[in-house]
Every structure is written in structure tokens, then in C-alpha cells.
Design a protein around this ligand. Structure first.
Ligand code: NI
Length: 256
């Protein structure tokens, strides 16, 4: 289990305020690496500080599409400065979310392209959120030549066809708790169909806890349940799945 790599966690979420140290201790006892994702102007500096403090934690910084209304030029400058930090290994979470709010579509697109520019400048991969925005996400990734930066389509919810299309551009597919859910048809198909070398695993904690913890608070070490489910779906051993996703995670985040 020691090579478990959670490629997408939110350890600074308020739901960890009472026991964050224990959650980090669980990482040290059970896992190899976690990339902790900053989503808003308040969390990003803390995400970097936490990564400075713990060698198993890395950081990504960005402004989530759901938080597009909090954008300020000063805030963006801060993200750009933080992004240069050596323990910041990804740009995001960024992308498009048309599930919660479609009134901000245009602003989300502008902000997404800003993140893509930054990722290309710094040669760091993108951490991409795409919820009910598959067409526009693909269009922007292609038009901006985002494959220069590469990255992960996290919590991937598209079809096998879309997965293959972004993999052809060099992007990785991030799968988490939903692949273990009873009603998870698309995620299961994707987990089975894509080449193993483009698959990474994640929790997106505190949300999306895998079965048998569905509905409860998620945390990085629970990624082992997602790993076990995907190994079963692909008919390979858990060890092989963990080792492959560990190597893939290190490759996409360009870790030594
Ligand atoms: Ni996330």
C-alpha cells in the first residue's frame, strides 16, 4: 500500500479543521504522496505552506471555476507568484463548471485560459475540473494548445471517446470515489477502457468518499478503496494498479 498516490485532495477544507494533523499522520502511515489542491485566494498560500512543512505533500494553486466571482488582479498576481514555488507541481484547480452556475460561463473561460497560459509559461501541468462542460473544455484545450503544459482531467466524467481524445493530447485521466458507486456506468467504462499508463487515482476529499464510506467524509488514505475497485475492474492485482498509478502520478506532476 505504501506507493498509494492521491493526486487530488483538499486537506485545507474546513471539514479537516478538528483533526488535520491526524489525517496527515494517516498519510504518513499508509501512503507515498498527496497533491493538495488550492482552489481559492484564501487557501492557496496555506496549501503552499503545508507542502513546505511536509515532504509527502505537494501543492497545486489556482482559482476554481466556482470561485470565479472572487477574482481580483491582485489575487491572480499572488497565484502567479505562488505557482513558481518548487513544491507547487500543478496549476489549478481550474476549468469549467456549468453545473452550479451557467451565468459565469464567459468569465470561467477567460480564467481557464489564464491558467493555461501560466501553466505553459512555467512548464507545470494543469489540474482540470470539467463538470457538464465537456464540449467547451475540449475546444479550449485544443485551441490554446494546452498539451504543451499537459495535466490531469480530474474527477473525469466524460465518455470513453472523450478520454481517448484527451489522452491523445497527452493528458491523464483522474478517477476517484464515483468509480466505486453502484450507478457509476461511465466512470467504470473509462476505468476499464483507457490505457493504464494514463490513469491516476484521487480522492477529491473531503467529498466523494469511495464505497464503503460513501456519504462520509473522505480523506487521502481512502484512495486505496478506489484503487482496489479499479484493479478489480481491469482484472489486475491491487499492487500493479497502485504501482502504475504511482508512476503515472509522478510522471504527470514531474516529480523525481
Ligand atoms: Ni477538487
Amino acid at each position: 500500500m505504501m506507493n498509494l498516490f492521491d493526486t487530488h485532495a483538499h486537506i485545507l477544507d474546513d471539514q479537516f479543521n478538528d483533526d488535520r494533523e491526524q489525517v496527515i499522520r494517516n498519510i504518513y502511515d499508509n501512503m507515498a504522496l498527496v497533491v493538495n489542491i488550492g482552489c481559492n485566494l484564501e487557501d492557496c498560500p496555506h496549501t503552499v505552506a503545508l507542502a513546505e512543512q511536509y515532504d509527502k505533500l505537494y501543492a497545486a494553486v489556482g482559482l476554481h471555476p466556482e470561485d470565479v466571482k472572487t477574482y481580483t488582479p491582485e489575487g491572480w498576481d499572488m497565484i502567479c507568484r505562488l505557482a513558481e514555488h518548487p513544491k507547487v507541481v500543478g496549476i489549478g484547480e481550474t476549468g469549467l463548471d456549468y453545473y452550479w452556475d451557467t451565468s459565469t460561463k464567459d468569465a470561467q473561460k477567460v480564467l481557464f485560459e489564464q491558467h493555461i497560459d501560466l501553466a505553459k509559461q512555467l512548464h507545470k501541468p494543469l489540474v482540470i475540473h470539467d463538470r457538464e462542460a465537456h464540449g467547451d473544455t475540449l475546444e479550449i484545450l485544443k485551441r490554446t494548445n494546452a498539451k504543451e503544459a499537459g495535466g490531469i482531467l480530474h474527477a473525469f466524467s466524460g465518455s470513453v471517446e472523450m478520454a481517448m481524445e484527451v489522452i491523445k493530447m497527452g493528458f491523464y485521466i483522474g478517477l476517484g470515489g464515483p468509480v466505486t458507486f453502484k450507478n457509476a456506468r461511465k466512470a467504470v467504462e473509462v476505468a476499464q477502457a483507457i490505457p493504464l499508463e494514463y490513469l491516476v487515482i484521487e480522492t477529491d476529499c473531503p467529498y466523494m468518499a469511495p464505497v464503503p464510506f460513501r456519504g462520509k467524509r473522505n480523506e487521502p488514505m481512502l484512495v486505496q478503496h478506489t484503487a482496489a475497485k479499479i484493479a478489480e475492474l481491469r482484472g489486475i492485482s491491487l499492487e500493479e494498479l497502485i504501482e502504475a498509478t504511482y508512476q503515472n502520478g509522478k510522471r504527470v506532476y514531474r516529480l523525481k
